[in-house]
Design a protein around this ligand. Structure first.
Ligand SMILES: CCCCC/C=C/C(=O)SCCNC(=O)CCNC(=O)[C@H](O)C(C)(C)COP(=O)(O)OP(=O)(O)OC[C@H]1O[C@@H](n2cnc3c(N)ncnc32)[C@H](O)[C@@H]1OP(=O)(O)O
Length: 378
């Protein structure tokens, strides 16, 4: 969606006859928009698209796109929502919205073109470092709340394989910025042409299975340093971690029903074992969001630290643990986990099959639509 909606007015043909008194302002606003330094985000881009269409063509007059045509459906919904708003009002609202996006002192000639390096290359979205006996795998996409893209899943699988044989004693996951991670990047499913949705769901299911398998099979102590809110798959995976440290500003949310989806990461098996079926159901079926303290009381989190001292205390502790004999750490983990491995692989396979079906369901498609058109947030 981001790609398709990037400054949508640039892609549209303007009906010049539609403009009257504020033609110049409208034209200026269009030019100003092309020169914006910062991507205004999907929600604003949809509003701009809708206002533009209303200002130039009047009320929505095209057939509703199919449910599977995510992008055009989101655009149609936004335009249709303007009802019978007069063209002049739409034009004025468009000008006002564009002007609210740029500092008033910026004239078109002063604004530099958007920097080509604003978007980080894929390989920088996961940062792997090794120091003091610790391999650290960090989600590094803070402007998107560390949402995990398809290429990030692949990079993590690769990083785990490398970490399983490197010299480090323990491996740690953490997030850069205010979030640990907002889970699966929902545009993994929305930037898809309608005729390849089934293929995409199948590939995603294969990738998910390989991704979770890499955690099930990881031989060294696996530690999560949860620096902020965690959503979806990064929460379910915690059942496969050995130690989970959380800042007191972290939250734990698995909103699968809201998303028309179902649990993954072996949580349908690990969560009832960790916290009992009733508490697991509250999280995995009803989507109850837990505070760090609640997650700790349920056994999902090992220990909670005040945000002010979180990083210092946790890393000091981890550096000390990383000095323990590496073979001993590995063997103890093997003893604790090995009896469950076969079961976990079977659970993973089943969860991935079920999810593949969910991704093709109307409930899931509606939830994705609501996210991209920003009718809903968690
Ligand atoms: C291989 C496939 C595996 C599939 C299995 C995995 C399942 C899951 O993980 S299910 C969980 C999926 N995650 C979500 O549903 C979270 C969706 N995000 C949100 O509800 C909100 O963004 C938020 C509550 C996490 C944060 O809200 P807020 O503080 O208001 O910040 P913004 O919404 O403005 O977010 C900033 C920026 O980041 C983008 N973004 C955040 N999370 C995601 C995401 N999960 N996927 C895609 N994009 C995300 C958000 O769209 C904003 O982008 P711009 O609008 O371009 O600024």
């Amino acid at each position: 969606l981001l790609q398709v909606l990037r400054f949508p007015v640039v892609q549209l043909h303007m009906s010049r006859t539609a403009m009257r008194a504020s033609e110049k302002d409208f034209e200026n606003a269009r030019n100003q928009l092309k020169l914006l330094m910062k991507d205004p985000g999907n929600e604003v881009k949809l509003k701009l698209y809708a206002l533009y269409k209303q200002a130039t063509e009047g009320p929505c007059n095209t057939p509703k796109p199919s449910m599977l045509d995510f992008i055009n459906k989101a655009k149609w919904d936004a335009w249709n929502a303007l009802g019978s708003l007069p063209k002049e009002t739409a034009r004025q609202n468009y000008v006002d919205l564009v002007s609210s996006l740029s500092p008033s002192s910026e004239s078109s000639s002063q604004v530099k073109p958007a920097a080509a390096n604003e978007k980080q290359p894929g390989s920088e979205n996961i940062i792997v470092t090794s120091q003091d006996g610790i391999t650290k795998i960090m989600f590094n996409r803070p402007t998107k709340k560390n949402a995990i893209t398809t290429s990030m899943y692949k990079e993590i699988i690769h990083a785990l394989k490398a970490a399983s044989t490197d010299n480090s004693a323990i491996t740690v996951f953490t997030g850069n910025g205010d979030y640990y991670s907002s889970g699966n990047d929902l545009t993994n499913f929305t930037d898809v042409p309608p005729n390849s949705i089934e293929e995409t769901a199948k590939n995603a299911s294969i990738l998910l299975r390989e991704f979770v398998d890499a955690f099930i099979d990881f031989p060294k102590p696996l530690v999560a340093v949860i620096n902020g809110p965690a959503v979806g798959i990064v929460v379910t995976l915690l059942g496969l971690f050995d130690v989970v440290y959380a800042s007191d500003k972290a939250t734990f949310h698995t909103p699968f029903s809201e998303l028309g989806q179902s649990p993954e990461g072996c949580a349908s098996y690990t969560f009832p074992k960790i916290m009992g079926p009733a508490k697991a159901a509250e999280m995995l079926i009803l989507g109850k969001k837990l505070t760090a303290g609640e997650a700790c009381a349920r056994g999902l989190v090992t220990e909670v630290f005040p945000e002010s001292t979180f990083q210092k205390e946790v890393w000091t502790r981890l550096k000390a643990y990383a000095k323990l004999p590496t073979n001993s750490l590995r063997i103890s983990k093997e003893l604790i986990r090995s009896n469950e491995k076969e079961k976990l692989h079977a659970v993973n396979a089943e969860e991935c099959t079920v999810l593949q079906g969910r991704w093709l369901s109307e409930e899931c498609m509606n939830a994705l639509m609501n996210f991209v058109s920003r009718k809903s947030k968690l």
